[in-house]
Ligand binder design. Structure first.
Ligand SMILES: C[S@@+](CC[C@H](N)C(=O)[O-])C[C@H]1O[C@@H](n2cnc3c(N)ncnc32)[C@H](O)[C@@H]1O
Length: 246
């Protein structure tokens, strides 16, 4: 029997998930930034700034931005710390291409390198990076445990992983409102602004299937990270998880 996983609320063969996820991001790539601003009322920009603050980037750090997409996190780091080396990486060519074009257009490409790769099988030696970031990417992995172990392997001793991801709201009333927004408004916004309601239905479903704050913290600990902790943002709609390699 083929191993199963989730693609949103659907159960699919593990072997098929990355193709389905790939189709979603190929479809949204051109409208990704506009949709992000519309869906989050611009708040994703603040969440990413907080991630970079919490990362305490060193002036000459070597950094891997996994699932970098159109490059918001890479841009913040690259502009603020021009002597770092930032590896922008994404499994999806169209998303990486949007990020690369943007890096050139917005002049943050000097210290950036562009790699098409899966965060689940990193083609880097052990102990390569001072910092690894993943913004809204882990949710889409087929096997999050492999991904976390790979990221730990590629971090230097004392290196850190920061994961920004949708999570679980703490307040039950707020949670109900958020559910209503996610399943009624998001797909409509997707349809109006990007002519693509299915991808935004997947977004809402994939968020619900993603491990909550405590579970993701446990997964990081099981993958070998130390001093794991998380910070809730917007009542836990989003959380930033942090863990260290020793
Ligand atoms: C929601 S976007 C996030 C982009 C960007 N980090 C941001 O915060 O705006 C998710 C990205 O994850 C990428 N992705 C999905 N599965 C991946 C995997 N296994 N390895 C690397 N990237 C992946 C997608 O191609 C997509 O660009």
């Amino acid at each position: 029997m083929n191993k199963k996983t989730h693609f949103g609320f659907q159960e699919v063969d593990e072997a098929d998930k990355s193709k389905f996820v790939g189709d979603v991001f190929t479809s949204v790539a051109k409208n990704y930034d506009v949709m992000n601003d519309a869906m989050s009322f611009g708040m994703h920009r603040l969440w990413k700034k907080i991630l970079v603050e919490l990362a305490s980037v060193g002036e000459k750090d070597v950094i891997l931005d996994v699932a970098s997409g159109t490059g918001d996190i890479s841009k913040l780091i690259s502009k603020e710390y021009p002597n770092t080396k930032v590896f922008m990486s994404d499994i999806n060519y169209e998303m990486l291409d949007e990020g690369r074009n943007r890096a050139i257009d917005e002049s943050f490409d000097d210290n950036c390198y562009f790699c098409q790769l899966s965060g689940e099988t990193l083609p880097f030696k052990d102990n390569t990076f001072d910092l690894i970031t993943v913004g809204f990417g882990l949710r889409n992995f087929t096997n999050k445990e492999y991904g976390l172990k790979e990221m730990r392997r590629c971090l230097k001793k004392n290196g850190k992983l920061l994961i920004l991801e949708f999570s679980k709201p703490m307040n039950p009333i707020f949670s109900k409102l958020y559910d209503w927004y996610s399943f009624n408004i998001l797909p409509r916004l997707g349809s109006m602004l990007a002519n693509d309601s299915d991808s935004y239905k997947y977004l809402a479903e994939s968020i619900r299937m993603h491990p909550d704050q405590e579970r993701l913290k446990q997964m990081m600990e099981s993958a070998g990270f130390n001093e794991c902790r998380f910070h809730n943002l917007l009542n836990g709609v989003v959380a930033i998880h942090i863990g260290y390699h020793d």
